[in-house]
Design a binder for this molecule. Structure first.
Ligand code: KIV
Ligand code: ZN
Length: 517
């Protein structure tokens, strides 16, 4: 059986989804999990787009050795130089360079003609090949490009040394039959097509990203670019968990395999939602809360008699476990450390000590500490580091007759600031006071609260989306007190906004142009 390479772009295209930006530390945590999941290639970012992206590509390249780590670059020498600078110390790395090939993009976006695009592509691939023997070339908007020009462009970059030819359906426009025909045509007509790997990168604007990716492998593509939970520009990218489980569940039909450890799919999806605060819809295939829930009595009856009646794959095969009682207030550091490892996290001693302290506090308030609680403690903790704002104390009073009032102390950089404020309710009072202290002029555009586990002592998990000057970020907080969880989520969002604007202010005009791509 042939193996399809899985190229993960959660940290690059995925991060381009509104509200999904991640800090360098969060990206590293996710990259480690992607490595454990068994992806073949990790697109760690776009090194030339900002100093922050450069640094996180560099860190991921240095810490991940099994999966290949690549950086996206425009077809430009300076972008490629920046990516090489970020990755040259890594053990296993490559370059992914792209340029648009459709008439529409060449005319209006690039203002280049076909010859200029050809020339730029050849120069970029040749230059990249002087630094690494792994060079992927993408023809952006390939599915709306003239097939003859695509064949010419791909043939030219193969001569220049590209080893992977990526066919993006950039705007999610194509259909499975068209994708099948396009890959067949390219495999027949591109120069030395049998010596390169064809790859696809499908967006989901018409809901066909996964179907188009699978049609491409049926036609001979051997790499699929995708993201966890299908996050990505606009309607997102093809979802990795769906692609992998389709090939796995319908093995006889596809006769193809991947290197993915399928039991790590669900833990990876959960880690991503914890980091970004962007939840998946309950009916999302494979990783949604209802993906394995049988509601109708007739279905439940069938599943009890023989699971195959209504289950085409088992929840265990994608790593969905029954939520289990793990620890309580008498559990020690060793038990916590073992549990943390079995949840797939690698923490150093300092991180484990911090989590242990918080775990003890939580176990005092909650009788039963579940896996989900521990995941929330870990992701909360990763976020705290290097933040400009930190919530230190919060007192809120509210009731039927009193005006809701919050008194809050925060660290802002190196200063400690204390203020009181009012609001329509206790959450509003807390958020208004935080805004006063941090002097942030942002708008809260979404506020969602849900319980992490069952029980009245469950931790409340709050996700907020905040908008400032057209930029959106999401923040998450979890606590047994939902007002505190709301304040933590808001402070998390403000820290992310702050991190984003300080990395923007360090950008050169070139960075800004690259970030706008
Ligand atoms: O969608 C797209 O065309 C891309 C390319 C940069 C590969 O993301
Ligand atoms: Zn894309």
């Amino acid at each position: 059986m042939e193996t399809i390479r899985i190229f993960d772009t959660t940290l690059r295209d995925g991060e381009q989804s509104p509200g999904c930006s991640m800090s360098a530390k969060e990206k590293l945590l996710l990259a480690r999990q992607l490595d454990r999941l068994g992806v073949d290639v990790i697109e760690a970012g776009f090194a030339a787009s900002s100093p922050g992206d450069f640094e996180s590509v560099r860190q991921i390249g240095q810490q991940i050795n099994r999966a290949k780590v690549v950086s996206l670059c425009r077809a430009s020498i300076s972008d490629i130089e920046r990516a090489v600078e970020a990755l040259k110390e890594s053990e296993n790395w490559g370059i992914h360079t792209f340029i648009a090939s459709s008439q529409l993009h060449m005319k209006y976006k690039l203002q280049m003609d076909e010859d200029e695009v050809l020339q730029r592509s050849i120069e970029s691939v040749e230059f990249a090949r002087t630094h690494t023997d792994y060079v992927e070339f993408s023809a952006e908007d390939a599915t709306r490009s003239e097939p003859e020009f695509l064949v010419k462009l791909f043939s030219a970059v193969v001569r220049a040394g590209a080893n992977i030819l990526n066919v993006p359906d950039t705007v999610g426009y194509t259909t499975p039959d068209e994708m099948f025909e396009l890959i067949k045509l390219l495999k027949n007509e591109v120069y030395q097509a049998d010596r390169v790997v064809f790859s696809v990168h499908c967006h989901n604007d018409l809901g066909m990203g996964v179907a188009n990716s699978l049609a491409a492998v049926k036609a001979g593509a051997r790499q699929i670019e995708c993201t966890i939970n299908g996050i990505g520009e606009r309607a997102g990218n093809a979802a990795m968990e769906e692609i992998v489980m389709a090939m796995n569940t319908r093995q006889q039909y596809f006769d193809l395999q991947t290197n993915i450890v399928t039991e790590q799919l669900y833990p990876t999806s959960r880690l991503l939602t914890k980091i970004t605060g962007v939840a998946v819809q309950p009916n999302k295939a494979i990783v949604g809360a209802n993906a394995f829930a049988h509601e109708a009595g007739i279905h439940q009856h069938g599943v009890l008699k023989n699971a195959l009646t209504y289950e085409i794959m088992t929840p265990q095969s994608v790593g969905v476990r029954q939520s289990q009682l793990v620890l309580g207030k008498h559990s020690g550091r060793h038990a916590l450390s073992e549990r943390v490892k079995s949840l797939g996290f690698e923490l150093n001693d300092v991180e484990l000590n911090n989590i242990f302290k918080e775990f003890k506090h939580l176990a005092d308030v909650k009788r039963q500490v579940f896996d989900e609680d521990i995941e929330a403690l870990i992701t909360n903790n990763v976020r705290k580091q290097n933040n400009r704002f930190e919530l230190q104390h919060l007192t809120v009073t509210s009731g039927t007759t009193s005006v809701p009032t919050a008194t809050i102390t925060m660290r802002v950089g190196n200063d400690v600031v204390r203020k009181a404020g009012f609001g329509d309710g206790p959450v509003d009072a807390a958020l208004n006071t935080i805004k006063q202290i941090t002097e942030q002029n942002c708008t809260l555009t979404s506020y969602v609260v849900k319980a992490i586990t069952g029980g009245t002592d469950a931790q409340g998990e709050v996700s907020v989306t905040v908008e400032q000057e057209g930029q959106q970020v999401t923040g998450r907080g979890a606590h047994t007190d939902i007002i505190l969880a709301s304040a933590l989520a808001f402070v998390h969002a403000l820290n992310r906004m702050e991190a984003r604007s300080s990395s923007m202010s360090l950008m050169t005009p070139l960075h800004q142009e690259a970030a706008a791509v």
